[in-house]
Design a protein around this ligand. Sequence first.
Ligand code: IMP
Ligand code: MG
Length: 479
Amino acid sequence: MSKQVSSFNKALSDMAKAINSDLTTSEKLHLLVRLTPRALAVRGCSLLLLDAQRKRLVHAPAHGLSERYLRKGFVEAERSLSETMEGKVVKVLDAATDPRIQFQELAQQEHVVSVMGVPLRIKGEVVGSLRVYSRTHRDFTSSEEQFLTTVANLAAVVLESDRLIETGQPPLETKTEAAPHPVPLTSPLKPATFAHPSEEEFARLLDFYQIEWLYEPRSFPLHWEEGRITEMFTPDFYLPGLDLYIEMTTLKPGLTKEKKHKMRRLRELYPEVNVKLLARHDYDRLLAKYGHGPLSGSKTRGVGRVLFSAAQIQRKVRQLAREISKDYDGQHPVLVGVMRGVFCFMADLMRYLTVPADVDFMAISYYEAEKGGAVRVTKGLDINPEGRHLLLVEDIVDTGMTLSFVLGYLKRRNPASLAVCTLLDKKVHRLADVHLTYVGFETPDEFLVGYGLDYQEEYRNLPFVALLEEEKMDAHPTA
Ligand code: IMP
Ligand code: MG
């Protein structure tokens, strides 16, 4: 028996054993892509799955490729080894020159020379592709092709059995009434199947703010023993535009602690990976802000502790106005406010400025869960912003999604400069990291009302900023 045949046999027997074990789907797939390059003596291996629209391929476990290569951008099914989508095997001898490779330059930097890709089929339908990458010129043989095809079939078995579990009987712990049910979308595969309705809702919110997202595109090994991965972490979302992974926790506080521990380990092992934890309670607040979700209907006891008194606010606004007047000395900026919360702050700030300034307001549509769709500018600027110094004035920056949308909109109008001044900065909730030039107060993780800020249109008229007192309710519903 040749050396290669015996290494194929060993790999396939290890894979079959793993598939028939109690490892999770993601662990099994990871094992396949880790054992494959060893057997074929290549650098790396990646399993790519088609997204729900069948346009893009998402790297679901990969091995031996750099973070940079995996995040190279969207792999378009039509531009990257497209024949695999038609069910054919593709062998690329020289990735740097072959037009079937979408990211030629990156492949070169990654020292990827030859590539072989085989289709991944489930019951005859192509759902993705399995690829291996070699550092040296490789004319892959037919027995190597056969080996890779067998691994692809094993991966299909893993994916298919996972789907059966997900759409069949719910596992025991999801049987209680309040527990979520899996939400299968159009594609039977992971990238489009949300494990929890709040994830689907969050995806809709991201869609609304036109923030691109991928669902569970990558798994990160956290612990291993003798080369065998014993623990993995798969963040729920990756937002390519923000280069940010998001893990949503819908779990009880005890389990959240475990997740936090995993996050710490992830940050240790992959310091270059930007990941944030979005807790269920935070997420509920996020939705409540738009008048949706479980907290939105909660009875409020009214205004709670005063966080910033009227006098404190006035002092701070005067101080901000001084800084702005100094920085814009000799210029004539345009203050731009986004309706409506900002009107108190804008009125005071304007009156303390010592430089001449124009003022303009714009309005944008708000997220409504039932409607979905995308954020729109419902009222644009009346002043032509081209060539002007714009200062975007905000009442509060929370996730930063509103701000990043508005900044994108204003940038396209070619202003001479664009800066941001916000009275309140709720840093802990930031998802879209936007640079804030002038900040009044940093605020805690609480819902605030007053001085223009409302809760369902109430409390805007308060001269101070206070916490909103919520009726005590279970902040962590069983899930
Ligand atoms: P972001 O897009 O999440 O940063 O949300 C920004 C907008 O949400 C602000 O302009 C406010 O209108 C609203 N908002 C955020 N936090 C609060 C709050 O604590 N009280 C009232 N409104 C808030
Ligand atoms: Mg606002």
